[in-house]
Design a binder for this molecule. Structure first.
Ligand SMILES: Cc1ncc(COP(=O)(O)O)c(C=O)c1O
Length: 373
């Protein structure tokens, strides 16, 4: 029986050609010409003026937080239901993450909770679009204006998704993307920071490169940054992937529609499926998640899929329940019931671009058999 992984990337375009060019020309470090080209083309695709390519999406968040001047004692509002990267960047900058719950329909941060969390110390909001539908960002932008807050838009999972027709990643003062291989386009490992503000872009460039002084004497530093540079090899992959993004998005939509159609019976059994669309967008199904009516039901289904050599992944584990943050004294006695429900009962099915129709059919038929359908 063939193993079906949760993800396999599709690398059938100009990836090999551009990578070969890196090898034959010897440009394999972060100095190569594909970096600039990738930054220019990706930022133009999203609709932001400047792009700063980096080693991964988490690095992009570290830089975004520091570039906006977020530091000791500042509060940053963000969802509890997401990957650890946004909270980690805030905590390592000496700032304080302030959490909001998520919605049980689109699984994104609950926008109506944000205003109640704003204090005199609030400096920014990190808006994280999760699993394929955009956060309803317009009311958040109004709050940012009203209270003079910065927006970091974490668009790591929504390349090419739109919100009322405008691309996700063009709303934040700074926005970030990840290009990990399970994303809509990949560079193996990689990320990018986008902004319309030249000064912020220059600051991000400096922070990704150990804060070398652009004009100053080499190896003399006035502040600390990171080596978070992207290599020419990664940018070569990214460029080839970007050329194919429209077909990748339509493939993901087809995958989502197939699961929706075949698995809609699960709704009658108490499961939550992803929303096909919201008021602002059609789902692009970064991954196809299922939320079971109980933890027992989730475990039973996952075991059955595993026995049939079909991989799954659990949903995110909430930030307020992370042992490391508890140990550091954050989020004491806080609870967010929706996020806890999703984290305990949610998992996702194989959702990669490289999946064949046969693979998808086998996933569906194992689930149907398990449920006696
Ligand atoms: C919402 C979100 N933000 C940030 C990241 C971090 O990206 P990376 O894995 O490239 O560090 C991810 C990764 O999956 C993510 O899903």
């Amino acid at each position: 029986m063939k193993f079906i992984p949760v993800n396999t990337p599709l690398l059938n375009g100009n990836e090999l050609k551009y990578l070969t060019e890196c090898i034959t020309t010897g440009w394999i470090s972060s100095e190569g010409p594909f970096i600039k080209e990738f930054e220019t083309k990706f930022s133009a695709y999203i609709g932001q003026k400047y792009g700063v390519a980096v080693s991964n999406g988490s690095a992009a968040l570290d830089i975004a937080v520091k570039a906006l001047g977020i530091g000791t004692g500042d509060e940053v509002i963000m969802p509890t239901f997401t990957i650890i990267s946004p909270a980690q960047s805030v905590v390592t900058a000496g700032a304080i993450p302030v959490l909001v719950d998520c919605s049980l329909t689109d699984w994104n941060m609950n926008v109506t909770e944000i205003e109640g969390k704003i204090t005199a110390k609030t400096k920014a909001i990190i808006v994280v679009h999760v699993y394929g539908l955009p956060v309803d960002i317009e009311p958040i932008l109004s709050l940012a204006k009203k209270y003079n807050l910065k927006i970091i838009e974490d668009a790591a999972e929504v390349h090419g998704q739109t919100y009322n027709g405008q691309k996700c990643g063009c709303f934040g003062d700074v926005s970030i993307f990840s290009f990990y291989p399970n994303k809509h386009i990949t560079t193996g490992e990689g990320g990018i920071i986008l902004t319309n503000n030249q000064a912020i872009a220059e600051r991000c460039q400096k922070l990704r490169n150990l804060c070398f002084e652009p004009e100053g004497p080499r190896f003399v530093h006035y502040e600390l940054g990171w080596n978070y540079r992207m290599t020419n090899l990664q940018a070569a992959l990214g460029l080839a992937q970007l050329e194919q993004i429209d077909s990748f998005l339509s493939k993901k939509r087809q995958l989502g529609e197939f699961y929706q159609k075949e698995l809609s019976f699960l709704k009658d059994e108490g499961f939550l499926l992803p929303e096909k669309s919201s008021a602002q967008a059609e789902n692009i199904y970064w991954v196809f998640g299922l939320v079971a009516p109980s933890e027992k039901e989730k475990e039973g289904l996952i075991d059955c899929l595993n026995q049939n050599k079909i991989a799954t992944r659990p949903f995110f584990w909430c930030m307020h329940e992370q042992p490391i943050f508890k140990q550091m004294g954050f989020f004491e006695k806080e609870s967010f019931p929706n996020a806890e429900k999703l984290a305990r009962r949610g998992f996702y099915l194989p959702s990669g671009l490289g999946l064949e129709n046969d693979d998808l059919e086998r996933v569906v038929s194992v689930i149907k058999q398990y449920k006696g359908k």
